[in-house]
Design a binder for this molecule. Structure first.
Ligand code: GRF
Length: 207
């Protein structure tokens, strides 16, 4: 079976990207990171990608006169590297329709809460964990979902839960949630690598 070619999109440190890479190296995922894309020239993930000699691309809408050129450049770059699945991992920009249409049910995102709770525009990073703690939620977790035209709205592929501790701060909770992300994201990618995903409307069936 040929190896799934994935592009990881990240705007920050890229710890999820590194966790997926480690799963590949440890033969837990039959895929390749064919491309690392960032919108942030100072992203830690860029430094890491260079150290690992992975193809990378700094592509940001700010570099282009219009969104059309941005999307064309992004799509051409993804095609050049034969990308089959896009994995958003701490990518802070909204995915535009041209990308969603070019990769139907082939764009994944990871959100640090149990969607549809604590999701949507502005709900990222510690904002999420602060809201979870302030609401008094007893359980939180992660959601890995397909990306559609709305923030944090696409069909859910996997969810994992973890307990919110009384002593938790947004920082301590963020650390434990991030660790759960690292343990889980590659498993969702593996479902695509093994062709075990069937999407029917909002429902995702795993075979
Ligand atoms: C994580 O908190 C994830 O839930 C969110 O962005 C963060 C990823 O961080 N989508 P990193 O860049 O992978 O470390």
């Amino acid at each position: 079976m040929s190896r799934l070619q994935i592009a990881v999109f990240a705007s920050g440190q890229g710890s999820n990207c590194r966790a997926i890479f480690d799963a590949i190296v440890n033969k837990k995922l039959n895929a390749d990171i064919g491309l690392v894309v960032t919108n942030n020239p100072d992203a830690g993930v860029l430094t890491w990608a260079k150290e690992k000699h992975l193809p990378f691309a700094y592509i940001s809408s700010e570099q282009f006169g219009d969104k059309k050129q941005f999307h064309e450049t992004l799509l051409k770059t993804l095609a050049f590297y034969n990308i089959q699945l896009i994995v958003l991992a701490g990518y802070m920009k909204k995915i535009g329709l041209p990308l969603i249409e070019a990769f139907p049910n082939k764009i994944l995102n990871i959100h640090p809460a149990l969607l549809p709770a604590f999701g949507g525009k502005g709900m990222y990073g510690e904002h999420v964990h602060k809201a979870v703690i302030e609401y008094g939620a007893k359980v939180t977790g992660i959601t890995i979902h397909l990306v559609d035209a709305e923030y944090d709205h696409g069909a859910i592929v996997m969810q994992k839960t973890l307990e919110v501790l009384d002593k938790d701060t947004p920082q301590t909770l963020a650390e434990r949630v991030l660790e759960l992300e690292h343990q889980t994201y590659y498993q969702a990618v593996r479902l695509f690598a093994e062709n075990r995903i069937e999407v029917r409307g909002r429902k995702v069936y795993l075979s």
